[in-house]
Write a protein that binds this ligand. Structure first.
Ligand code: PGA
Length: 241
């Protein structure tokens, strides 16, 4: 029996939007009103400058905000970086760490581990991303690769979320079979225990969300492209609730 965890629908806006997007939660709430969202957690992760303004609008609508990255240290000479503490101060509850787009530009499992520790230190919940490449999937190594990422990038903390995102499914319109998602999430569940939410990410759309979110051990989704339109984000969230 798998435990019933409150689903988390997380929007990863990546490098999209402008300051007017701070009002997007109003649109999202119109498409999926707060009264209908009791058994669901909604989260938007915008680019850094949007965080405080988005938080002001999203908070009263029971929509949480998070960041897409943080630094591992509290402060210091780290030009261009942002601490987890400052993100919390700006209104964030979550921070995505180790997204494959960041791993691709050099972030290591150890970096991801240290960022998750920093998030925890700042009372943020890290969403720790893992996932295999197409080459690794085709070689039959997907579960082994993800197990290795989990071992190296998940620190010994209580509260975190895992996002399983096959790299080849991100932004491509391709998704694994439901059996493959089920096998991977089952393997992750064995490693993280019953209390941790495991999200699926990679080309989640309104048309495939119900099917994906019904797979055992899928406790929500991390959504890129389809999260930029509030109607489609609402449709995916409805499929989770
Ligand atoms: P996608 O991105 O939904 O556009 O595939 C997912 C992600 O990168 O988190």
């Amino acid at each position: 029996m798998t435990k019933k965890l409150i689903p988390l629908i997380a929007a990863n806006w990546k490098m999209h939007g402008d300051m007017s997007w701070a009002q997007k939660p109003v649109e999202l709430d119109a498409a999926f009103p707060i009264a209908e969202r009791e058994h669901l957690e909604l989260l938007i992760c915008p680019p850094f400058p949007l965080l405080p303004a988005l938080h002001v609008v999203a908070g009263p609508l029971n929509i949480r905000v998070g960041a897409q990255n943080c630094h591992s240290e509290i402060k210091g000479a780290h030009t261009g970086e942002v601490s987890a503490e400052l993100l919390a101060d700006a209104g964030a509850d979550y921070v995505i760490v180790g997204h494959s787009e960041r791993r691709a530009s050099g972030e290591t499992d150890q970096n991801v581990h240290d960022k998750a520790v920093a998030a925890n230190r700042a009372d943020l919940i890290p969403i720790i991303c893992v996932g295999e490449s197409l080459e690794q999937r085709e070689a039959g190594d997907a579960i082994k690769v993800v197990a290795d990422q989990l071992n190296k990038s998940v620190p010994d903390i209580e509260d975190y979320v895992i996002a399983y995102e096959p790299i080849w499914a991100i932004g491509t319109g391709k998704i694994p079979t439901m059996d493959d998602i089920s096998d991977m999430h089952h393997a992750i569940r064995k490693r993280v225990g019953q209390d941790i939410r495991i999200l699926y990410g990679g080309s989640v759309k309104p048309g495939n969300a119900s099917e994906i979110l019904a797979v055992p051990n899928v406790n929500g989704a991390l959504i890129g492209g389809a999260s930029l339109e509030m109607d489609s984000l609402a449709a995916i969230a409805k499929a989770a609730s």
